[in-house]
Design a protein around this ligand. Structure first.
Ligand code: SF4
Ligand code: SF4
Length: 119
């Protein structure tokens, strides 16, 4: 009788877990989901590359290219805090399953320092 009561109680209850992947919980605001690079203001200074502990970022000034090895990134946020142009943020959006290892982005323009006026 005890077993029957237990079965009937459980049938009438809501599921204790989400029906993943049909129900996906929205990520927390602080969740470190993925790196987002905005090339608009990037000056290819290479500071993010130098500061990145696992060498996940590669900046090639000649080719105007910014690369991220997604599999190396440990989400430490060093690149976010060190970029002088605020080009990098960490989004709380989850990276897609089966994401590519490398993100390669061409930087449209690079600010060249203006030469000092002759004295
Ligand atoms: S993302 Fe920022 S730190 Fe990295 S090269 Fe561009 S401007 Fe420099
Ligand atoms: S979050 Fe850290 S590990 Fe990831 S790219 Fe930026 S500096 Fe490198």
């Amino acid at each position: 009788m005890g077993m029957l009561n237990l079965v009937l109680t459980n049938i009438s209850r809501k599921p204790a877990t989400r029906l993943y992947p049909f129900e996906i919980r929205a990520p927390y605001a602080e969740f470190k989901g993925k790196i987002v690079f905005n090339p608009e203001n990037c000056i290819l200074c290479g500071i993010c590359q130098k500061k990145c502990p696992p060498d996940a970022i590669k900046v090639t000034k000649d080719e105007k290219k910014w690369e991220l090895n997604v599999f190396r990134c440990i989400m430490c946020t060093e690149c976010v805090t060190s970029c002088p142009k605020d080009c990098i943020i960490i989004s709380n959006e989850r990276a897609k399953t089966g994401a590519k290892e490398y993100i390669k982005i061409l930087v449209p323009k690079v600010d060249t320092p203006k030469a000092a006026p002759p004295k």
